[in-house]
Design a protein around this ligand. Structure first.
Ligand SMILES: [Fe+2]
Length: 413
């Protein structure tokens, strides 16, 4: 006679312990009733898959000696026991293996608790009424983990940081970027010098004003973190840097017109950069990415933003959506260029802005006829390395949030 092992009641032994007040197995789900508040639900497949110990190897570094293919689909628990310290032991119905779990680990890794933890609590949205500039000193950033972490924390929370005391020389740009990630080279080169020139092949080389935008939305994965480093300032005649929090702008759009917000999250927009001769060798490109302006995670939280009005191509969306899409893009553009959202600052030589290019837009005021030469350098790194370093520094400094989720950005595959 076949017995469905899922239905067989396990033997439960619950020692007097400071952690677990009760265990209940319902089908393939184990519920733990914690002595000091709350319950957590663990699927048996999940527990078997995440069984710690030498038998399975270290899952986190991918040195793994256990395969999902080894799990019997009729898996159940034969015995459940909790020892005097609150450690859970599960004897499996197949193979006789026993898995042991520390209560602190179960609480920390509980799927429901991890899902309830969002990055929004660590993210402060802002607009032009916010007078502060989160600033860090470059000497502190290079001196040790605390200053280094302070820079990364500011970029994670506000989407940008002002760094002071960066050498006002070309090598300062790469030294700063190296504290965040690996420089990502592209058709602009490794580091791009933004100096007003007579023969312009990119609008940034002119002395014109630039509306707020994220860089390179026409790439499948746009630059993650950008570094704008001032070597020479144009004086008081213009050339101030502008920052706009794209997440704040989108929140305002969502409040004013939820349907427009949703449309911009669901509808891929074609972003294009076609730059042909005459341009410097290697700078000729024809880049195309079809991606929504607003990137949401599976729970509807905004995790990325890409928008550069001048890079929007000839839209080819469903004709039934075209009118509404244009209305949404027009509404968004009005918000993006609304001075109420903008922070503005004339960077001085030795100052740099580090900003999350998949959240915060940058731009500048024009500087036609300004007294001095304006020389900025810009480079970029990916955001996954930035997040990796932030997690490591939080863990090493004992700061909270080493395992907290972080927004993945405007990537769209
Ligand atoms: Fe730009």
């Amino acid at each position: 006679m076949l017995i469905d092992p899922v239905c067989a009641a396990p033997e439960v032994t619950l020692a007097d312990n400071p952690e677990i007040a009760g265990l209940a197995l319902d089908g393939r789900e184990l519920t733990i009733d914690w002595r000091f508040g709350g319950t957590d639900r663990f699927n048996l497949f999940w527990l078997r898959d995440n069984c710690p110990g030498p038998e399975t190897g270290d899952k986190w570094t991918a040195v793994r000696r256990f395969s999902l293919a080894q799990i019997d689909e009729t898996l159940s628990a034969r015995r459940l026991s909790v020892d005097a310290a609150g450690r859970l032991a599960v004897e499996w119905s197949t193979g006789g293996a026993v898995s042991h779990y520390e209560p602190a680990w179960l609480k920390a890794m509980s799927p429901a608790r991890r899902r309830a933890r969002t990055f929004e609590a660590d993210c402060t949205l802002w607009d032009g009424s916010w007078a502060e500039w989160p600033a860090v000193d470059f000497a502190a950033v290079e001196a040790g983990m605390t200053g280094h972490a302070d820079l990364l924390e500011a970029v994670a929370r506000y989407g940008f940081a002002l760094v002071e005391g960066v050498p006002a020389a070309p090598e300062g740009t790469e030294r700063l970027a190296a504290k965040v990630g690996y420089i990502r080279e592209n058709d602009f080169g490794r580091v791009f010098d933004i100096v007003s020139e007579p023969d312009v092949w990119d609008l940034s080389q002119s002395d014109s004003a630039l509306d707020p935008h994220t860089d390179d939305p026409y790439r499948y994965n746009p630059p993650g973190i950008s570094f704008l480093h001032c070597l020479e300032a144009s004086g008081e005649g213009g050339g101030a840097s502008i920052l706009v929090d794209g997440f704040k702008v989108c929140a305002a759009l969502k409040q004013a017109d939820p349907a427009a917000f949703q449309l911009l999250a669901e509808t891929p927009v074609e972003f294009v950069r076609r730059r042909l001769d005459p341009v410097p060798q290697g700078a000729d490109v024809h880049l195309v990415a079809r991606a929504p302006v607003i990137a949401l995670d599976s729970d509807g939280r905004q995790i990325g933003f890409r928008f550069h009005e001048r890079s929007i191509g000839c839209l080819a969306v469903d004709p039934d959506r075209m009118d509404a899409l244009y209305r949404a893009l027009i509404a968004l553009t009005k918000l993006v260029t609304d001075p109420a959202f903008a922070k503005r600052r004339q960077l001085a030589p030795g100052q740099a802005l580090v900003f999350d290019n998949q959240r915060v837009m940058h731009g500048r005021t024009g500087f036609e006829g300004a007294p001095g030469r304006r020389w900025m350098r810009i480079t970029q790194t990916d955001r996954d390395q930035f997040h990796s370093r932030l997690r490591l520094l939080r863990a090493r400094l004992g700061r909270p949030g080493a395992d907290a989720p972080l927004p993945a950005g405007a990537f769209f595959g």
